[in-house]
Design a protein around this ligand. Structure first.
Ligand SMILES: Cc1cc2nc3c(=O)[nH]c(=O)nc-3n(C[C@H](O)[C@H](O)[C@H](O)COP(=O)(O)OP(=O)(O)OC[C@H]3O[C@@H](n4cnc5c(N)ncnc54)[C@H](O)[C@@H]3O)c2cc1C
Length: 434
């Protein structure tokens, strides 16, 4: 046992031994923003709690910008670092996930929460061998959660795709600006025949990254099944693999940006991937076993698209931390009255958490569905309005002809050997919660 443990936890200054492991009160699997947040909340609520977080990567991988509503920090335990975070997101909702992660990792260090990086728990046996005596195990291991699959059995209450997206990432020389939504983006969408959103990043070393997202139907998305996050399709190199209609839409948008924003696309920088926006929830969020309460939080518990998942995850993390601290202080009989979203025998504290998550997941799913219907309706509206002669916002006939000129991504194409089509790879679920 010690051999396995030492191998998986490393032997550096922060390595721990079996005796210390026997004293752990809470194990958090997954050092993403929600796992770190939940651990920090427990430790501030109940400073004597011994907590360990295991994280499979040496460093947190994601650096995307998320929109964080200050309301999502409601009820959080008091600490200057948390208060500063609340202040920052009140001033500007947009924050990078690795910025949140960095602040929380530093706070974990200050509070004495042990983080074991490079520690990948792949199976239940590994979990049991390494941590046989932990009273509370929290699965904060994201949308592909090992804890949900291996401990809870992987049953889902619901799992549905709401929208299908072609994501086009490219770079622009110098700076650029996003289209005005009403006077520029909307008329361009009418010509393209689909809904599009764009995100213009910050200029760095003379180059600005831009992400364009096109909402398409499922069939169109399937034609791009070769495009994966690991191996995106590139334009113009892979133009024979990109559905002609999708290519025409991308070219039209880029041409419009060139004409009205003077955008100069960096050669060979256009990369295409696909994303399915899903709403899903685990069948249960708490599982009681002889020695341990298992809990799911964050993307491991449930997920919805349209920029809500992290917000929900933090609120659930705050609630779970309160119930965990109460349980560790008070103990309790494993005979709760509430049994929905629960597996096995659990105490009232954890049953109350399961009820809280379910109470949040259902309205969030309804909200996501409503937003999805909004996108579809807008799509239908633009398809119909385009034939009406008295439209308010539209490009002139000449503008449209110039947009259709095909020079925006034309480059000298180097003759390449046709490569075997790679096997269909499924879209990673963690990219489904944009
Ligand atoms: C482009 C993009 C934009 C988004 N924008 C928003 C937004 O504006 N607002 C919003 O609310 N949400 C947004 N989201 C969703 C948000 O990023 C996620 O909800 C959030 O990251 C979930 O955090 P988490 O800690 O639950 O999971 P994750 O961030 O996925 O972290 C899970 C961690 O667990 C680790 N792990 C996994 N399995 C194991 C294992 N077996 N052993 C050990 N470690 C493991 C992983 O390495 C990872 O570090 C966006 C997502 C994307 C992709």
């Amino acid at each position: 046992l010690f051999g396995t443990f030492a191998k998986l936890t490393g032997t550096g200054p922060s390595a721990i031994n079996v005796d210390e492991e026997r004293e752990i009160d809470v194990l958090v699997v997954g050092g993403g923003p929600v796992g770190l947040w939940t651990a920090v909340q427990i430790k501030i609520n109940r400073p004597s709690t011994k907590i360990i977080i295991v994280e499979k990567h040496p460093e947190y991988k994601r650096g995307h910008i998320v929109s964080l509503d200050p309301q999502s920090l409601y009820g959080a335990a008091h600490h200057p670092v948390i208060e500063q975070l609340a202040k920052d997101v009140t001033e500007n909702n947009n924050i990078r996930t690795n910025d949140i992660e960095q602040r929380l990792v530093t706070l974990c260090g200050e509070l004495g929460i042990l983080i074991k990086k490079n520690c990948f728990l792949e199976t239940r046996t590994q979990l049991e061998e390494m941590f046989p005596f932990v009273p509370v195990v929290i699965g904060a291991d994201g949308s592909h959660s090992m804890i949900r699959k291996r401990v809870f059995g992987g049953q889902m209450r619901y799992y549905e795709y709401l929208q299908f997206i072609v994501e086009v990432k490219y770079e622009v020389s110098g700076t650029t600006r996003p289209f005005n939504m009403v006077t520029e983006a909307y008329p361009t969408m009418k010509v393209m025949g689909c809904i599009a959103t764009e995100h213009v990043g910050k200029e760095k070393e003379g180059v600005t990254p831009v992400t364009l997202r096109l909402f398409v139907d499922e069939k169109t998305l399937e034609t791009l099944s070769e495009a994966t996050f690991k191996n995106p399709l590139c334009l113009p190199r892979d133009e024979f693999r990109v559905n002609e209609q999708v290519q025409a839409k991308i070219k039209l948008w880029l041409q419009a940006k060139k004409l009205y924003c003077n955008e100069q696309v960096v050669p060979d920088s256009i990369k295409i991937t696909t994303t399915k926006l899903a709403a899903y929830a685990s069948q249960a969020f708490i599982r009681g076993e002889e020695n341990t309460h298992f809990c799911l939080v964050g993307d491991a518990a449930f997920g919805v698209p349209f920029f809500r998942s992290l917000n929900n995850g933090l609120l659930c993390g705050t609630e779970l931390a309160k119930e965990t601290s109460n349980y560790l202080n008070e103990g309790g009989i494993r005979q709760s009255r509430y049994t929905d979203s629960v597996q096995g025998q659990v105490t009232e504290h954890f049953a109350s958490y399961a009820r809280y998550v379910k109470g949040m997941a259902w309205p969030e799913r309804a909200l996501a569905r409503t937003k999805s219907v909004g996108v579809t309706s807008l799509e239908k509206w633009t398809a119909v309005i385009v034939i009406v002669p008295w439209q308010v916002f539209k490009w002139s006939y000449d503008d449209v002809q110039r947009m259709r000129a095909d020079d925006v991504i034309e480059q000298e194409v180097v003759e390449e050997e046709i490569v075997e089509v790679p096997e269909l790879l499924s879209v990673p679920l963690d990219e489904t919660l944009l």
